[in-house]
Every structure is written in C-alpha cells, then in structure tokens.
Design a protein around this ligand. Structure first.
Ligand SMILES: C[S@@+](CC[C@H](N)C(=O)[O-])C[C@H]1O[C@@H](n2cnc3c(N)ncnc32)[C@H](O)[C@@H]1O
Length: 314
C-alpha cells in the first residue's frame, strides 16, 4: 500500500491513500525520535527527528562537493520522470525537482517525518516500505535514484529490489545508487582493532547483521548485472572523515564532512547498540567520543569508502 505524504499535492499514483496514523507515531529514546512502525517492523533504526533531517542536509551538501555538484551521473539529459528511493529529508529530490522543472519527481520513504517544508510543484512524496514490491507501472521512470538505504533495506531484499527497479525503468532508463561502507579505513595502516573507529564500525555492523547488509556497497555491480542491467559502472570514492588530506579539494570535503561524521556515529548506532545489543549507555558514549576524537586526528587519515554504481535498462 502506498500513502500520500504530501497532502498539498494530488498524486500521480492512483493507488495512493491518505497517510495512515500508525505511520506517523513516534517513540522517544534518549531524546531522539524514531518512527514506531519502523522499529516495530525492524525496517530502520535511525532517528526521524529535526536533528537527523539537519544531518542529512549537511551530508547532502558534502555529497554535492564530492560529486562536483552533479545530481545525476549517467547520461540522462532531460528526465521526465524520476524516482528517489528513501528520500529522507528530501534534499536530493527537492534539488532534482528544482533543477529539472519539467520532470515529475516522486520520492518514496517509510517515514514522512522529515519532509521538507517547501515543496516544488513537480515533487510528490509517498510513504511506503521499499522492502515490499514496487506498485509503480512498468517502463515508467527515466531514472531511479537510491542513496543510503543499507540500514533500511533487508539483506534478503536487494536482489528483488534491483529487479523492481529494472521493471519500472523505461527501456534505456538508468539507475544510480550510492552507499557508504561504514567500515572506517585508513591507507597508512594506522587503524588497529583497538581503535575506537574500528570498534565503532565492527560493533555497528554486527548490531544489524541479522537483518541488514551493511556491506552492500561492495556488491552493487554484481546485483545490477544480476538484474539484467547493462553498462554497469561501479566506483569507490574515499570520503574523508575530517580535513586531513594534502589535496585542497579533499581537505575541503573532509572539513565539511566533520560535522556530519560527529553526528553520524551516534545517530546511526545508538538504537542498534544500546537497544538491540544492550550496550550500557556509558560504554556507548565513551565509544562515540573516542571514535569522533580519532576521526579528527589528521595522522590517522580516516575515510569511509563510498560506492557509486550506475546501470542502464536495455
Ligand atoms: C540515510 S537516509 C538517506 C536519505 C536520502 N536518500 C539522502 O541521501 O539524503 C535513509 C532514508 O531511507 C529511509 N528508509 C530506510 N529504509 C526504508 C524502507 N525499507 N522503505 C522506505 N524508506 C526507507 C529512511 O526512513 C531514511 O529517510
């Protein structure tokens, strides 16, 4: 079932219903708000409050620097219909709608809580669980964009997710996926198993491994090819955690990412570690403080690998 998340617009999807009350309910844990439906159904364990919306906006600005202000990477010059899977605070979807005013942009997210206040007329937001099959018509979109869904899509869903994406793309249409691999790296070998950064990564990844695949970034190419997409191109881009790089562009990206990283350690891992894994509060606080401190250490040169993958429907 699809619910309309933006009542000021009429939706292009006739199957849309008004937003169900149970999807709006939130719970508060340690001053952060989570969507109750998502927690109860083990969909996403990330907050959906103002603070998270702010972090997503900061993170979007960082990505725009990384991607040299490009929103769309494949050769799609005049998109007419675009789907944004897991739109979050709407940063990408709003910008895409503004940049392509003749394009109908549809966003789908399980949570409507971080919806943007100002909506372009050509943007429609819907609430739905992307773990379930798409209800969109076949051969409909010129581009499907999917960014940072690893903490929300079930491990077992990825294969059929790409099959669904292929189905709803027009022949010749493109998919563009971006995923961060949360296992912090350093190329100078300075991160050991004892470091807070490595501990944070290992524990965070372990805390969700029963249901999510946080390594999915490394599998995007195989998944796209398995779904019959062609011209698949996958890249890894290092995303510095702070301003340690000697290269001015990367240093600026690292500087901008600092604020995101500081918030991210706690936002992503708090619920999984303290509520699912029962890590004591003080231990969690000590871990994120240590990880944030190390992330800022220019000698460690820490980065997250970001995987970017595009593919075309033949
Ligand atoms: C990390 S945020 C990324 C938001 C946006 N794509 C961006 O890059 O700024 C992930 C978003 O995906 C949504 N999400 C996670 N799992 C989902 C699912 N199974 N179905 C629909 N939305 C989901 C979350 O509610 C959240 O808004």
């Amino acid at each position: 079932m699809t619910y309309q998340a933006s009542p000021q617009h009429s939706s292009p999807d006739s199957q849309t219903e008004s937003l169900d009350q149970q999807l709006l309910e939130t719970i508060t844990v340690q001053d952060r708000q989570y969507q109750k439906y998502s927690i109860d159904h083990r969909i996403s364990f990330v907050p959906v409050d103002e603070e998270e919306a702010e972090r997503l906006e900061i993170q979007h600005r960082v990505f725009q620097r990384v991607f040299d202000d490009r929103l769309i990477f494949p050769p799609v010059s005049r998109p007419r219909r675009v789907l944004d899977c897991g739109y979050g605070a709407g940063s990408w979807a709003v910008e895409a709608a503004e940049r392509y005013p003749y394009c109908e942009v549809t966003g789908v997210d399980i949570s409507p809580h971080m919806n943007p206040d100002d909506m372009p007329d050509n943007l429609w937001l819907q609430v739905d669980d992307l773990n379930r099959s798409f209800t969109f018509d076949s051969n409909w979109f010129d581009l499907v964009h999917s960014r940072l869904l690893a903490t929300g899509l079930n491990r077992s869903r990825w294969q059929s997710y790409f099959q669904d994406i292929r189905r709803v793309l027009k022949p010749g249409g493109w998919v563009q996926v971006v995923e961060i691999y949360f296992n912090v790296q350093s190329d100078n070998g300075s991160i050991t198993e004892e470091h807070g950064l490595r501990q944070w990564s290992a524990r965070f990844m372990r805390s969700l491994e029963d249901t999510k695949d946080l390594r999915v970034g490394t599998r995007l190419k195989a998944l796209m090819m398995g779904a019959g997409l062609v011209d698949v191109d996958a890249r890894m881009i290092p995303l510095p955690l702070s301003a340690w790089s000697g290269d001015p562009r990367m240093r600026e990206i690292g500087m901008a990412n600092r604020e995101n990283v500081k918030r991210l350690f706690s936002a992503l891992a708090y619920y999984p570690l303290t509520q699912r894994q029962r890590m004591p509060q003080e231990e969690f606080q000590a871990l994120v403080t240590e990880a944030a401190h190390e992330a800022d250490n220019p000698r460690i040169k820490a980065y997250f690998p970001v995987y970017v993958c595009i593919g075309r429907k033949p």
